[in-house]
Design a protein around this ligand. Structure first.
Ligand code: CTP
Ligand code: MG
Length: 401
């Protein structure tokens, strides 16, 4: 899990998920429907939390749905502020601001994002945070208007409007925290459709940065299904494999798949020597073509001495998110004569699901022996193999480089 403790220089974030989604025509609010294997709201939440420049996140939900959201998000809800929203988008933002204002130390900047825009590119967050660090007090991502625009009614119906001076505004929008709070506290007038217009009304300049077509909002009927197609069409499948061996020794704890297994011997190594997680991390890094576990967590670095391997796995999962990818499936094979893995398989799958924020149905843990042959057969060590299937965006710039 990304560290949620506020750190200096980080931006806080408000993720709005308190709307009813009336215009979709669907009985379930759009933010809690499942999109490409996870709730809509989890997409932007993961993107925000995976970004190193984003600190505390306040998730704003319909009043009374806090517990339901917590159970929907499962482990994603850990160390996440879930707050009740209001009857309008504006009041929901204010609820988020008030929750963040209570977190210590306060953040200088805040991003406000609609969960109904699930596909949140890292590059857009980068552009917003850069503008804020460079001194902007209000910054919004925009897209050019590409269609011809006309007046839709009245005496001027059909008359062309000059589109060259217009742009379409998206979220997330970035703000100086105090300026946004002041604009909200002093607002009077019709309900605004975004926050930047409130700052503009308060006399604050609105900086523009390029938006992204991926950020289209789920609004009307069919938008959800269209987004589902975008998510599956523009992705290619990557497979990674990993292998690892650690020596069995007396007096060591035995950790496998993040679970401590009672046994006469344990595995020795620089970290907790969880051979199964190490193979899995290497498989993930292999699918990402991002080196191996040793290149990210060198055994020569004292900070990894005795480290719990779940943080290596959480790191690899964060890398998948940062690349805009999804984990499809993982398959781990533990190779040993003893202990018996069968009785622990369920706990191991549950623990991996927890660390990876993945459904258990997508996680396989198997075990085999080598018929008393070789190093595992003689009980000198335990080996593990893993295969991971990921989906990464076709236009993944890092993969292309
Ligand atoms: N939102 C909110 N609180 C409200 C209204 C809206 O947090 N009282 C959030 C929505 O959850 C959404 C974002 O603001 O993520 C943008 O709003 P919109 O697209 O209008 O969503 P809904 O209000 O849910 O949809 P509709 O207007 O069709 O009911
Ligand atoms: Mg609305």
């Amino acid at each position: 899990m990304p560290d949620q403790a506020p750190r200096a220089g980080l931006s806080a974030a408000i993720l709005l998920a308190a709307g009813a989604g009336v215009r979709t025509g669907h009985e379930t609010p759009k933010q809690v429907r499942t999109l490409a294997g996870k709730p809509v709201v989890a997409h932007a939440l993961d993107a925000l939390r995976a970004h190193p420049g984003v600190g505390p996140v306040a998730l704003v939900v319909m009043p009374g749905s806090e517990d339901a959201m917590r159970s929907l998000l499962g482990h994603r809800a850990e160390s996440l502020a879930i707050v009740a929203g209001g009857s309008s988008r504006r009041l929901s933002v204010l609820a988020g601001l008030e929750a963040l204002a209570r977190s210590e130390p306060g953040a200088a900047h805040v991003l406000v994002h609609d969960s109904a825009r699930p596909l949140l590119p890292v590059a857009v967050i980068d552009r917003l945070l850069k503008a804020l660090v460079d001194g902007a007090r209000c910054v919004v991502p925009v897209l050019p208007v590409v269609d011809t625009l006309v007046r839709s009614g009245g005496d001027e119906a059909g008359q062309v409007v000059d589109r060259s001076t217009l742009a379409r505004v998206q979220t997330p929008q970035g703000f100086d925290f105090a300026a946004l709070m002041a604009a909200h506290q002093h607002w009077s007038g019709p309900e605004p459709t975004d926050d930047a217009q409130m700052l503009r009304r308060a006399g604050i300049d609105v900086a523009l940065v390029p938006g992204d077509s991926a950020l289209e909002k789920i609004t009307g009927p069919g938008d959800h299904e269209r987004m589902e197609r975008i998510l599956t069409v523009g992705m290619s499948t990557r497979v990674g494999m990993g292998f690892d061996v650690h020596r069995l020794m007396e007096g060591e704890d035995l950790w496998l798949c993040g679970v401590q297994v009672p046994h006469s011997h344990g595995l020795s190594g620089h970290s907790d020597a969880d051979v199964a997680i190490h193979a899995l991390v290497d498989a993930m890094l292999g699918a990402l073509a991002e080196g191996d576990i040793g290149s990210h967590f060198p055994p020569s670095d004292p900070q990894w001495k005795g480290a719990a391997s779940d943080r290596f796995l959480a790191f690899a999962c964060d890398r998948v998110l940062a690349r805009g990818g999804q984990i499809e499936h993982v398959d781990v094979t533990i190779i040993c004569e003893a202990p018996k893995i069968g009785p622990h398989r369920g706990t191991m799958r549950a623990r991996l699901a927890e660390i990876m924020m993945l459904q258990e149905a997508r996680i396989s843990v198997k075990a085999t022996t080598t018929e008393r042959l070789g190093l595992t057969g003689r009980g000198e060590g335990i080996a593990a193999q893993a295969v991971v299937t990921l989906r990464l965006p076709d236009d993944d710039a890092e993969a292309a480089s």
